[in-house]
Design a protein around this ligand. Sequence first.
Ligand SMILES: [Zn+2]
Length: 230
Amino acid sequence: MRPIGDSVCPVCGERLVSPLALAAGERCGSCRRAEPPFAKAVAYGSYDGRLRELIHLLKYEQVRSTAGVLGRMLAEAVSNLAPLMGGGNILVVPVPLYRRKLRQRGFNQAELITRDALKRMGGQRFAFEPGILERRRETQSQIGLTRHQRRENMRGAFKVAKPGEVKGREILIVDDVYTTGTTVSECARILRRAGASKVYVATVARTVKADARVVKLQPEEEKQAMAAAG
Ligand SMILES: [Zn+2]
C-alpha cells in the first residue's frame, strides 16, 4: 500500500509533478483553472496494489469485512481535515448509489466504510446523514471523457433530498475512490448551492499521476531514445 506523500495539491490531493509547483506549494493545474466546490479533498492512499484489491473485494466480491480496515484508513484521512473544520457538528454524507445499483450490490460501499470510520472518529463532532443526498440516475463511466463531458454526464445525477438540513452547515462527503473528482465535485456543488457553508471530501483511495521520479527521468530517456534512433 503506497501513501501518496506530501508533494500533492493542497486542495484536491493530486500529485504535483512540476518541481516549481512543488517548491511554491501551488495548486495543481486543474484547481488553478477552476476552483473546486469543496474546500479540500483528502485520501488515505494511492488507488493501486493492495488497496485497490481491498476495495474491489468489498465492491465486487461483497466481502463486507474489508469495510473495517478501509474504515480505519478513512478515519486516518479525515484526521487531516480536522484542523480546517469549524466548531459545529459536521454532517457526514456518503456518496449515494442509484437504487438499481444498490439492489444489485446489496449495500453502498461508501456507507459501510463511513459507518466504520465514524466509530473511530469520536461521535460527538460528526453526524452521519446518509439521506441528505439522493442519486437520481445512473451515470456512464467517466473513462475517456473530457472534463466538460464528465461534468455534463453528472448533471442532474444527484439531488439534495433534505435542503433544510444543509443550510449553513459544514459537510464531509465520503466515497471509496477519488478518480477524476467529478462525482464528489457535483455532490459538493449542489450542497453548496443548497446553502452548505463548507464542503470537505474524504476517500479511502485516489488515483494519482505517475510517480514524480519517473517524470523527472523523462528528458534523459528522450535523449537516449533519440541517440538510439540515430
Ligand atoms: Zn488540485
